[in-house]
Design a protein around this ligand. Structure first.
Ligand SMILES: NC(=O)C1=CN([C@@H]2O[C@H](COP(=O)(O)OP(=O)(O)OC[C@H]3O[C@@H](n4cnc5c(N)ncnc54)[C@H](O)[C@@H]3O)[C@@H](O)[C@H]2O)C=CC1
Ligand SMILES: CC(=O)C(=O)O
Ligand SMILES: [Mg+2]
Length: 373
């Protein structure tokens, strides 16, 4: 198959869809890979590293999209990328389509087949292509929060762990999944006072055992969250209902009950955000203030640590890219029900029920789509 890797063009996004190591494996399996010149530079990967493993370097994105059938990216396509997609293309990338009607309409119009990383599943029920970036975002959330809490950044002027004789920061993590657990690991390491909220009792029990008492756990209700938010110095939003827009768990009104200079980090912003006052920000200007509460809402947090993130993402995506390349898109989707869960757009229709519901659109599966159970 002809596979294309364009440069990412979202603001300050330096990850790249395939590493030279992944390209090497695809070329060895008989595929052709077209990489846009300098696509890997932000991740410290040169054109020479790609040519050394058999990739063809092409000068611009137009050439990538014209040369390739399978486009492997990282972030959701920006409008100028969507405009290059045709019914001949399969797009494999993060889409986060539920809160993004403009992108949805563009993909529908293009006629392409779009498979979203974030809804591909695995036998244990996890989301294998979201996991590595949720690990990065969770760990990074404490790094950015520690910085935002400094008085020099207009935060509460707190050191996360305090020092002997002072109170550590009170950290609330809403959602004890992959990103929430990784956030908790770093917060505990920094000696903060950490409570994780979730609605899944099994998950709360696992966290209780994993952290051996170093993290408190709470069942997440409107009331339990409202009480905790008043006392919090830092709140991390890390919830997910796969494919759906994030539920709003802290209202604008509630900000008035919080301590001035407290920090909210909304990791779930790519699904629309879980705080009423969240709106997407970029690495260039990541933090804004609402009623004295600082909000960090960067939708591509892993993009700031591309060297780590590109490799972590490729470790997870390569087996699926290989399946699509070896079998063709239709057979790969029909023979792997877990990959099939990622199918989101095909033949001019949304094909994912939950995504369509959130967008207020109808969903229709293509006639050829008959995934094995
Ligand atoms: N901003 C960024 O750069 C990045 C954002 N993300 C996003 O972070 C979000 C979380 O992803 P993961 O941690 O992988 O998800 P996950 O599925 O591992 O965990 C989500 C957890 O939220 C819990 N939950 C659902 N509703 C809840 C509620 N009302 N109250 C408390 N807990 C609730 C679930 O039970 C689950 O344990 C996703 O939207 C994902 O796309 C992931 C990576 C990077
Ligand atoms: C998951 C995601 O949206 C990201 O890594 O940017
Ligand atoms: Mg994102």
């Amino acid at each position: 198959m002809r596979i294309g890797v364009p440069s990412e063009i979202k603001k300050q996004e330096s990850r790249v869809g395939l590493t030279p190591e992944s390209v090497g494996d695809l070329v060895s399996a008989g595929h052709e890979v077209f990489v846009q010149s300098n696509a890997g530079v932000g991740s410290g990967l040169s054109d020479e590293e790609y040519t050394a493993v058999g990739a063809t370097i092409v000068p611009d994105a137009d050439a990538v999209f014209k040369s390739a059938e399978l486009i492997v990216k990282v972030k959701e396509p920006q409008p100028e990328e969507t405009a290059r997609l045709t019914p001949a293309h399969t797009l494999f990338t993060y889409l986060h389509l539920a809160p993004d009607p403009v992108q949805a309409k563009g993909l529908i119009k293009s006629g392409c087949t779009a498979i979203a990383y974030e809804t591909v599943t695995e036998p244990s029920g996890g989301l294998p292509l979201l996991r590595p970036m949720s690990q990065v975002a969770g760990r990074m959330s404490m790094q950015v929060a520690a910085w935002a809490l400094m008085r020099t950044r207009r935060g509460r002027g707190l050191l996360l762990g305090g020092v002997p004789g002072t109170q550590p920061a009170k950290v609330i993590i809403i959602g004890g999944g992959v990103s929430g657990t990784n956030a908790a690991e770093i917060a505990v390491g920094m000696r903060a006072d950490v409570t994780v909220f979730d609605r899944n009792n099994n998950r709360l029990a696992e966290l209780d055992a994993q952290f051996n008492g170093l993290v408190k756990t709470m069942y997440s209700t409107k009331a339990s969250l409202a009480a905790a938010v008043k006392e919090a110095d830092l709140v991390i939003g890390a919830v997910l209902i796969p494919g759906a827009s994030a539920p709003k768990l802290i209202s604008r009104e509630q900000l008035k009950t919080m301590k001035p200079g407290a920090v909210l980090v909304d990791i779930a912003i790519d699904q629309g955000g879980c705080f009423e006052t969240s709106k997407p920000t970029t690495h260039e200007d990541p933090i804004y203030d609402v009623d004295g509460i600082l909000h960090y809402c960067v939708a591509n947090m892993p993009g700031a640590v591309p060297r780590t993130s590109t490799y972590a993402l490729n470790n997870a995506t390569l087996p699926f890219v290989m399946q699509i390349a070896n079998k063709g898109t239709k057979a790969a989707l029909n023979e792997n029900a877990h990959l099939a869960h990622g199918l989101t757009v095909a033949e001019g229709h949304i094909t994912h029920e939950q995504v369509a519901r959130d967008l207020g659109m109808t969903y229709k599966l293509p006639d050829w789509f008959k995934p094995e159970a």
